[in-house]
Each structure stands twice: as structure tokens, then as C-alpha cells.
Design a protein around this ligand. Structure first.
Ligand code: GN1
Ligand code: MG
Length: 360
């Protein structure tokens, strides 16, 4: 690996000598390294080297073009805003195909902390504000300029249709083990897919959305605990505002990790939900339509079901999409998301009330 990393550093013309590299493990798709270079004067500078998973992202050059457009827009609108900084090769490209056809990009490392699970309500509120602000910054950006890097990414109805088609095929003979999970998904299939159906019919505005609003996609200042920058712009595409909200609370209001195996630890924390709501709606509340506001809780349920269906689909088709650390990983993820979705459904009235109080 060291040799590959050194080659890439050279292609991107990074100054100094490579002194260390470590793998960053919290992505499920791409492969990420922190690489440090030492300059002649002894100072050190770190970079992120990332290999894009081209099975998932069929056209990674389009991703880089999207990111360029989005960060340029944000920088011109808010000159003081920190954005991701990508390096260029001598050919002026912000990516590199290596001989083995791997696709690499290099960006500056930002000294920061991220939160996976988090109990600090102030940090949760700030995360909401960061994603809300991100949506605001792109509110006047023409989404038709963006490539749809993964078509129907958050089309929950299609995701569920795909799952049930694979259930019928049962390519790995795993369906018999997941009968209860499939039965539950069948019982909520129509409800969970309903927002994506209404979106396709034009019931909600087409926004430019982040589409992967996990809390660890916001970098925080170590000391002030304030957001520095929103990262992981690979799936910025036109979409539904409330799905960014829903995906974020799916992750941050879970009392456990996304792949917690002990389901007794998994629940949906209403206080965390309220804190995120306050931050997010404080930024975008006024620009959302009533139909969007009324759908925030259903969106939280729907995207949690969507993730459960994607993890389960990957499990029954042989674990080809998400990285798995052990054979049942995708099934564990599925069960965790289903437990969470059921808790969101059980707390629906309470959550609707929180949204109402926050928007009044
Ligand atoms: C994937 O790789 P990562 O962690 O950024 C996935 C998201 C899921 C997430 C679940 C392109 O994101 O949609 O919500 O895993 N990204 C893609 O942890 O499928
Ligand atoms: Mg991502």
C-alpha cells in the first residue's frame, strides 16, 4: 500500500516526504487514508487520500464535477465559508486513475473531531444547523447542472421494489433466515414509499440536498465544538429537503450505533430529535413548505426503512455493496434500523408535537 500511496502523492505533486499513513474506517463505501508529509523544515501536513468505489459510483469523474460546482457556488456566495480543498495533478485534474483503474482523489486534511453517537445536545443542535445551512447555501443553485451520480438514490419505493424482487429470487438462499424482517417491511412498504411517490408527482419542491447527512459528515472544531465544514459531497443531488432531515435524525437520535447488535440498546431519543429539529429548522424552517414540514416525521421513518431495506437487500444478494466487517454485518444493520423505525412509529405523536412546537 505504501508504494501506491507514494505514487499518488507524487502525481498530485504534494511537497515533502511521506512520514505516516493510517486508514480511516468510518465510511461504508470508499477507502480513505490520512497521509502525512514532512517538509524540509520539519513541519508536517496531512492529506486525505480516497479511493472511490467505482462499483457504487459508476462515473466518479461526474462526482468530482458536481463537487467542483457545489463548492464553487458556496465559496462565491459565502467567501468566509470553509469548503473542501482538492489537489490537482500536473494535468490539472482533481482526480487520478492509476494503472489498475482505481480512481483516487486527494484533499487537505482538516484538523477536527467528528461525532458518531453523541449525547451532547448542543452538538446535535449545531449539527442540525450545519446541515440546514448547507441546504440554504444551495437553495439558489441550479440542480439541473448536477449529474445524478446514483439514480433514484433516495427513491424509497424503488428501493423496496428492488428488495422484494431479490427476495423472490433469493440468490444466496438467505431469505428463509429473514422472514420476520421481510414480513415487517411488507407491512410498511406502501407507507414508507409514499413520500417518494408524492415527490415524483410534484407534491414537494425539488431541492439540492446532501443525501448522506450522518453526523460524522460534519467536521467540528476540537475546542469550540462548533461545525467547521460539511463533508462527503459525493451524493449531492436534487432531492427532498425532509429526507436530509430524516437521514440525520435516523443516525444522530439513535441511542446506539447504526450497526448495534444488542437491540435493547437501540431506541429513538426524542430529546436528541428535538435538539436536531431546533438547529435544522432554525436555518431552513422558514423556507420549507407546509407539506415538507408536515412530512418530517414520516421522512424520518421512511428513510430508516429505506436503509433497513438497502442493508437487507445487500445481505440477501451476497454483501456486494456495503463493506462488511463480519458475515452477518448487513443483517445486524438491518435489525438495528428496523428496531429504530418501529420506535419512531411508536413515538410518532410525540415527534409531531416537537416539530409543531419548533415551527410555531
Ligand atoms: C454509505 O460510505 P458512507 O458511510 O459515506 C451510503 C449511505 C448510507 C450509509 C449508511 C453512496 O455512506 O447512503 O446512508 O453508508 N452511501 C452510498 O451508513 O450508498
Ligand atoms: Mg457517504
Amino acid at each position: 500500500m505504501q508504494e501506491t500511496i507514494q505514487k499518488i502523492g507524487k502525481a498530485f505533486r504534494l511537497p515533502g516526504e511521506m512520514s505516516a499513513y493510517t486508514t480511516i474506517t468510518n465510511g461504508n463505501i470508499n477507502t480513505t487514508y490520512r497521509v502525512t508529509y514532512r517538509n524540509e523544515d520539519g513541519s508536517e501536513k496531512s492529506y486525505i487520500f480516497q479511493r472511490i468505489n467505482t462499483v457504487v459510483f459508476h462515473n466518479p469523474i461526474q462526482i468530482m464535477q458536481n463537487i467542483d460546482l457545489v463548492t464553487t457556488h458556496i465559496r462565491s456566495k459565502c467567501p468566509n465559508e470553509r469548503t473542501l480543498h482538492f489537489h490537482h495533478t500536473s494535468e490539472g485534474k482533481n482526480y487520478l486513475f492509476t494503472d489498475d483503474d482505481a480512481f483516487w482523489r486527494v484533499m487537505n486534511w482538516v484538523d477536527s473531531i467528528t461525532f458518531d453517537t453523541c449525547t451532547d445536545l448542543a452538538v446535535i443542535e449545531a449539527t442540525g444547523a450545519a446541515f440546514g445551512k448547507f441546504q440554504n447555501q444551495l437553495s439558489d443553485f441550479d440542480g439541473s447542472k448536477l449529474f445524478e451520480t446514483i439514480p433514484d438514490f433516495h427513491n424509497t419505493k424503488k428501493r423496496l421494489d428492488t428488495l422484494f424482487a431479490h427476495v423472490a429470487e433469493d440468490p444466496c438462499q438467505r431469505v428463509a433466515d429473514v422472514k420476520a424482517e421481510i414480513d415487517y417491511l411488507a407491512s410498511v412498504r406502501e407507507l414508507a414509499g409514499s413520500l417518494s411517490v408524492r415527490y415524483a408527482e410534484g407534491a414537494f419542491p425539488v431541492r439540492v440536498t446532501h443525501n448522506d447527512t450522518k453526523s460524522n459528515n460534519v467536521l467540528f472544531d476540537k475546542e469550540t465544538k462548533m461545525p467547521i465544514v460539511v463533508i462527503d459531497l459525493d451524493t449531492v443531488m436534487p432531492g427532498m429537503a425532509m429526507y436530509d432531515f430524516g437521514d440525520a435524525v435516523r443516525f444522530i437520535a439513535n441511542t446506539a450505533a447504526e450497526d448495534e447488535a444488542d437491540l435493547s440498546l437501540v431506541s429513538f431519543d426524542t430529546e436528541k430529535f428535538a435538539a436536531f429539529c431546533k438547529g435544522f429548522l432554525g436555518e431552513v424552517g422558514r423556507s420549507l413548505t407546509q407539506a415538507e414540514i408536515d412530512s418530517l416525521v414520516l421522512a424520518s421513518f421512511s428513510i430508516t426503512i429505506e436503509l433497513a431495506s438497502r442493508f437487507l437487500d445487500d445481505y440477501i444478494t451476497g454483501d456486494k455493496y456495503f463493506k462488511v466487517l463480519y458475515p452477518e454485518h448487513n443483517l445486524v444493520r438491518t435489525r438495528c434500523q428496523l428496531t429504530l423505525a418501529k420506535d419512531i412509529a411508536a413515538k410518532q405523536a410525540q415527534l409531531e408535537e416537537i416539530v409543531k412546537q419548533t415551527t410555531k
